[in-house]
Design a protein around this ligand. Structure first.
Ligand SMILES: NC(=O)c1ccc[n+]([C@@H]2O[C@H](COP(=O)([O-])OP(=O)(O)OC[C@H]3O[C@@H](n4cnc5c(N)ncnc54)[C@H](O)[C@@H]3O)[C@@H](O)[C@H]2O)c1
Length: 308
């Protein structure tokens, strides 16, 4: 199958591209390299440097390439930055998607898979979050992802274009950008590898659901063949505190580093975890990589890549 992967030079997208190439799909990657790296793009994939907010450029690419499926991972992903600059977030996450969708319907794309958020979608509710819960995003980033989901539903209703939305928990693994505001495992690992003291925001008791990249890739592979249309949570249902993450990472480095805390980030959710029951029913998907094993793999990667 010919698949166009937007954001395919980024952390998650590049791993998805690897799996699609390994399964002998013809893959075209579109990425503006704002956070992604060209060296992450699989050699078997065709790489086009382009920005999805450039309507003319992205629409020309979709028209020329005529993919059967689009896997959409390109996005602005920083929650805090989306609060400071909601227009920038919406330009990338809403208008960028619309540029793609308007041409997708025209050239007869058969399906869209889109990366969305589970952590920033449901607001402050009893965990684990299920897809039946009302979506109440509390940040412009969550709002733009929800808007993207609603637009996909509109294109499905109006133009019969099927879609699967994968609402990820906190994804972690090799190649994650350690210079952003999220990706605490990457941030801690990079600092410890560089002999620097990581700072835990607040008292470190906030919890998150951490899902390993290989499991996320499997969901993107299963989604290719599924007839399901709608949104699926991709998480583990487990909650791990930031303090626990810190100690696991430190232990993997076999170092003795004390906790050091900084100010709480305003607006942070206290808890978050995703039920994966629906993904299991629909895709036969379930998380397989235990947290300790995932952290071990990330730390090993940082130890062998001094300047990731
Ligand atoms: N990492 C997580 O925990 C997580 C959780 C929930 C959802 N997601 C979603 O998964 C997707 C990938 O996230 P990631 O963690 O791999 O981040 P990432 O920053 O590594 O990947 C995003 C990629 O998109 C590219 N990109 C950004 N804006 C673009 C634009 N305007 N035009 C073309 N390319 C552009 C970047 O260069 C990068 O390669 C995003 O849609 C994100 O919202 C990630």
């Amino acid at each position: 199958m010919k698949i166009l992967v937007t954001g395919g030079a980024g952390f998650i997208g590049s791993h998805v591209v690897d799996a699609y190439c390994a399964a002998h799909h013809e893959v075209v990657v579109v990425d503006n390299l704002s956070t992604g790296k060209q060296e992450f793009v699989n050699e078997q994939a065709q790489f086009i440097k382009a920005d999805i907010t450039d309507q003319e450029q992205i629409q020309q690419i979709v028209r020329e390439e005529r993919p059967q499926l689009i896997n959409h991972h390109a996005a602005h992903i920083q929650v805090g930055n989306s609060v400071k600059d909601p227009q920038y977030d919406a330009t990338n996450n809403i208008l960028g998607l619309l540029h793609i969708m308007e041409t997708a319907k025209e050239v007869g794309v058969e399906k869209i898979i889109m990366a969305s958020t589970g952590g920033a979608m449901y607001g402050n509710k009893q965990t684990p979050f299920t897809e039946e819960m009302k979506e109440e995003p509390l940040s412009p980033y969550g709002v733009s992802k929800r808007a993207g989901e609603l637009y996909l539903n509109y294109y499905h209703e109006q133009y019969d274009l099927p879609y699967i939305v994968l609402r990820y928990a906190n994804v972690y693994g090799p190649r994650q950008n350690p210079h952003g505001e999220s990706g605490v495992i990457a941030i801690f690992s990079e600092m410890i590898a560089a002999n620097k003291q990581p700072i835990i925001n607040g008292d470190g008791t906030h919890t998150r659901d951490y899902v390993y990249i290989d499991d996320v890739v499997k969901a993107n592979v299963s989604a290719l063949d599924s007839n399901f249309v709608g949104a699926l949570n991709i998480g583990t249902g487990n909650e791990i505190s930031t303090n626990d993450v810190f100690h696991k990472v430190v232990a993997q480095f076999e170092k003795n580093i004390p906790e050091q805390h900084g100010p709480e980030r305003p607006g942070e959710q206290v808890t978050s975890s995703l039920s994966y029951d629906k993904a299991q029913q629909v895709l036969g998907w379930k998380p397989t990589v235990q947290f300790d094993e995932g952290v071990r793999r990330v730390v090993e990667w940082y130890q062998s890549n001094q300047n990731p």
